[in-house]
Design a protein around this ligand. Structure first.
Ligand code: COA
Length: 371
């Protein structure tokens, strides 16, 4: 059974940045206008007032200072509050595939491979821009890859579900080299007019190249992977073909992201470390033997608590780095970005654990060792 290793990673974030002050100014302008327009109904108790947001709250509650976004003006325009993306002719590469390629090309370059040397493509992300044909098929065509391709989604944990599957396929001899692509344009899913969630997401694209060990030095051995789910509807995005068919009022067509933040926080902080400890236990890797854990970035207090439970010691920037102050929650791409940004300083032989968690709930965990 061949050993599986991560040969390279790549990521890309858009240059457009929205800081908390800008985002809150736009949201509050929307709220003030709504409240003025509905002043009588609000006074009569018929309509609920839209509450104001605050940059201080966002930093204190989440640790997010700014986020990089695919398109800025549409989000900040209070008549729109979603990114403005031009439709493309079907013969052109799709928006999300192009976004994905921005992180795939650097991953290929770092590995020193041409697309034709890939024999499997998995798009592992929270959402794909169409039902079919698969985004992975389009990416496979764009880079000239061979073999199979398919899309999978398990929200913010998607990339590590992709790695979990790729690891099994490589060990089983079903593929030699698999590309896992996580292009996340989460600002299209978010509801920027809802105070509880308007600040959470940013956009980013990440990629991993995973392969069978052929003796070439470098990369990261995949020591073990695990994925586990527990159903919950506390975090959901209802925007699929049935929702479109269910419309009763026109226009009633907006993406519907909703969460019970307290519930998600509590449930996931309990569940994620248990899943992360699974591959560690299987290979006899004690917490004190783990130099670093790279966690999905959703909320800084969640990062603190989950890191402590995985590592058995207090979180520091050294043992569980945070990137969400700069990028916000970039869904499945965040754990890969975190790994790439904070792994160069590790020495050969040192081990780390990646853990990503999100809606489902789904949690993926991977133990790795630098070669
Ligand atoms: N601006 C200002 N005030 C706000 C606000 C905002 N944007 N959003 C909420 N508030 C208010 C609340 O109304 C509440 O006021 P009250 O005390 O008068 O009732 C107060 O701030 C505290 O709100 P609360 O919801 O308790 O905040 P919190 O500390 O739990 O943080 C989340 C909220 C969403 C940041 C937090 O629950 C969270 O991150 N949960 C996990 C969600 C997540 O990460 N999901 C993705 C997982 S992959």
């Amino acid at each position: 059974m061949p050993n599986c290793l991560i040969r390279s990673t790549g990521y890309w974030v858009p240059p457009n940045v929205i800081d908390n002050d800008e985002l809150v100014a736009s949201y509050n302008a929307y709220a003030a206008r709504f409240n003025a327009q509905h002043a009588d109904a609000i006074a009569a108790g018929e309509v609920e007032e839209v509450p104001l947001s605050s940059a201080d709250f966002i930093v204190n509650a989440s640790g997010i200072h700014r986020r990089h976004v695919f398109e800025k003006d549409g989000i900040l325009d209070i008549d729109r509050m979603v990114p403005q993306i031009a439709p493309r002719p079907i013969e052109d590469v799709s928006t999300q595939a192009e976004f994905a390629l921005k992180s795939i090309r650097p991953a290929l370059e770092k590995a020193g491979y041409d697309g034709s040397e890939i024999d499997g493509v998995i798009v592992a992300s929270s959402a794909q821009q169409r039902n079919f044909p698969g985004l992975a098929c389009e990416i496979q065509e764009q880079i000239g890859a061979n073999g199979f391709s398919f899309d999978l989604t398990m929200a913010c944990a998607s990339a590590l579900y992709g790695l979990h599957i790729a690891n099994s396929m490589i060990k089983a001899g079903e593929a030699r080299r698999i590309l896992i692509s996580s292009p996340e344009i989460m600002t299209c899913i978010n509801v920027h007019s809802r105070r509880e969630v308007h600040f959470i997401f940013g956009d980013a694209s990440a990629a991993m190249i995973v392969e069978a060990d052929d003796g070439r030095p470098g990369g990261w051995d995949v020591l073990g992977t695990h994925a586990e789910n527990k159903w919950s509807s506390a975090l959901r995005s209802d925007f699929g073909f049935i929702n479109i068919a269910e419309r009763q009022v026109e226009p009633d067509y907006e993406p519907h992201l909703d969460q019970d933040g307290h519930r998600v926080f509590k449930d996931v902080v309990g569940f994620a470390p248990v899943v992360a400890r699974n591959p560690m236990d299987k290979i006899g890797l004690a917490p004190e033997g783990v130099r670093r854990t790279w966690l999905h970035q959703a909320n800084i207090r969640m990062v603190d608590m989950i890191a402590k439970r995985i590592l058995g010691r207090d979180r520091t920037e050294e043992n569980a780095p945070a990137i969400l102050h700069e990028y916000g929650n970039t869904s499945s791409s965040s754990v890969v970005m975190n790994f790439e940004l904070h792994s160069d300083d590790m020495a050969a032989g040192e081990t780390g654990v990646m853990c990503a968690f999100g809606a489902g709930y789904g949690v993926g965990a991977v133990a790795v060792r630098k070669r």
